[in-house]
Design a protein around this ligand. Structure first.
Ligand SMILES: C[S@@+](CC[C@H](N)C(=O)[O-])C[C@H]1O[C@@H](n2cnc3c(N)ncnc32)[C@H](O)[C@@H]1O
Length: 225
């Protein structure tokens, strides 16, 4: 049997600034979580009970920090494999004195599979996932039907999945996979895409896409309750 796992990312750590490295050393014990085989107890890691939203691939974390500051009634779990982005987010959490965010530095698929209880999330965000534009790389795109099965299992009844992309053919693919899932209902009035909701800040990759003349497509689906 071929057990080789196709991942949605390639681990290239890139340059990390001394500020980001220092933030990781100083702040990881406060905000960081380690991947293991145990389902996490949310009240324990956040020191309070509150609705939990997971952001997959938060990049440099600018939009995650903003959302966590603006919606302080929620808890946020950010998952990212790129270390400099983790350092960047940690610096913002410290500066803005944000306490409702925790971070994993690991593959989001494995975190969802092993650390997140079923039916436990009010929301899952996937903003500007790597587009893998070449046809032969499409298999690396994180949104596939087994990924959508996984995220749907993790949502509470009534919970939502929100994705956004600036690649039209990826938007069409995501829409198709979401529409096929029997437990998900499109929140768009015309059964296609949504306007960017107020709670979602413009992200770094989105700004880059807009500068290149790309469009933006938001997709918002709810799990039947
Ligand atoms: C194109 S960037 C978008 C970053 C950010 N959301 C934004 O809009 O600026 C996609 C990010 O997803 C991360 N990523 C890709 N696959 C991932 C996975 N399986 N688990 C965690 N992070 C992942 C990458 O490291 C990258 O930072």
């Amino acid at each position: 049997m071929n057990t080789h796992k196709i991942r949605s990312f390639i681990r290239r750590q890139g340059r990390i600034t001394p500020g980001q490295q220092g933030a990781i050393e100083r702040l990881w014990p406060k905000y960081g979580l380690e991947y293991n085989n145990k389902v996490i107890n949310y009240s324990e890691i956040f020191d309070r009970k509150a609705p939990l939203i997971v952001e997959i691939g938060f990049g440099n974390g600018d939009s995650l920090a903003k959302m966590a500051a603006n919606q302080s009634e929620n808890n946020y779990l950010g998952i990212e494999v790129h270390k400099p982005g983790i350092g960047h987010l940690l610096l913002q959490l410290e500066q803005l004195e944000i306490n409702n965010v925790r971070i994993f530095n690991h593959d989001a698929v494995e975190i969802l599979e092993h650390n997140i209880a079923d039916n436990s999330l009010i929301g899952i965000h996937l903003f500007f996932p790597d587009p893998w534009p070449k046809k032969r790389h499409h298999k690396r795109r994180i949104v596939q039907s087994n990924f959508i099965d996984l995220i749907t299992r993790k949502l509470q009844p009534g919970g939502y999945f929100h994705a956004a992309t600036d690649w039209h053919d990826y938007a069409e693919h995501i829409l198709k996979v979401l529409q096929k899932h029997p437990a998900l209902i499109n929140q768009s009035s015309d059964g296609m895409y949504c306007e960017r909701p107020d709670y979602r800040p413009v992200t770094k990759f989105e700004r880059r896409g807009l500068a290149l003349g790309h469009g933006v497509w938001d997709l918002l689906f709810k799990k039947t309750g």
